[in-house]
Design a protein. Structure first.
Length: 248
């Protein structure tokens, strides 16, 4: 492919890409391998697919990326701490690889600060996969129960989805606490300074007592199982989540 044709194709991909709101397509690159969300290219530094948690069944779909050229949409202004560019890939038909994985239930939207512009379209794609029972959503045990202490303990350090009823809302000097069980049970923490962004998104954290919610984030069990949320996309009411993972 000559340089002029490559330029035109990049422009077409940038215009057609459903991920264009998340990042501009910087150029075409040949993927040599893709594993665990990390992509190695024939030219240029390695990259990772940003804002995703990959389901166990994603490996074949990632392996199929090898040997193909993609438009590379940069999602973050700087590499991550391992020197990888944070990207989405756009195929020759203008399709976002990240959205395709989510729509097939092979990945979940994972909130990241630099990818807030991506959240709405990714959660929409995820809702479709959830409703259809695709991939991850076919497993009724994929979403953890906030009352299942054993499963929560095993999830330490992992990105998870947890669903349950908020029993009590507490407030400290700097944080709001959502308690789902008794002492040492599952809880969700949010810094008070982020409360306005949650309210603007339609979620009043202090009014969630008695409501069933779905939370996503990294589990930390050092002081009892808990997830700290910093972005509105990390929590949703279960009536809007359509009873995720439980067929409710």
């Amino acid at each position: 492919m000559n340089f002029r044709r490559a330029q035109l194709l990049c422009l077409c991909l940038a215009l057609a890409s459903p991920a264009k709101a998340c990042g501009l397509v910087a150029g075409l690159e040949m993927a040599l391998s893709a594993r665990d969300g990390e992509i190695l290219f024939a030219d240029g530094p390695p990259a990772r697919l940003g804002g995703l948690w990959l389901a166990p069944g994603a490996a074949p779909a990632l392996a199929a990326l090898a040997g193909k050229r993609f438009g590379v949409a940069l999602l973050a202004p700087a590499p991550d701490r391992w020197g990888r560019r944070v990207v989405d890939l756009v195929d020759a038909q203008g399709r976002s690889v990240a959205l395709d994985l989510i729509a097939r239930g092979l990945a979940l939207a994972r909130p990241e600060t630099d990818m807030r512009d991506c959240a709405a379209e990714r959660l929409d794609a995820e809702a479709g996969a959830r409703a259809a029972g695709e991939g991850f959503w076919a497993d009724r045990n994929g979403v953890l129960d906030a009352a299942d202490a054993v499963a929560l303990a095993k999830a330490d350090g992992r990105f998870v989805l947890v669903e349950g009823v908020v029993r009590r809302v507490g407030e400290g000097r700097a944080k709001v606490y959502l308690d789902f069980a008794g002492r040492n049970g599952f809880s969700v923490l949010a810094a008070k300074k982020v409360e306005p962004s949650f309210r603007r998104s339609g979620v009043d954290l202090k009014a969630l007592a008695g409501r069933r919610v779905l939370v996503r984030g990294v589990m930390d069990v050092r002081f009892g199982p808990r997830i700290e949320i910093a972005d509105p996309s990390m929590i949703e009411l279960s009536d809007s989540a359509k009873g995720a993972g439980r067929g409710e």
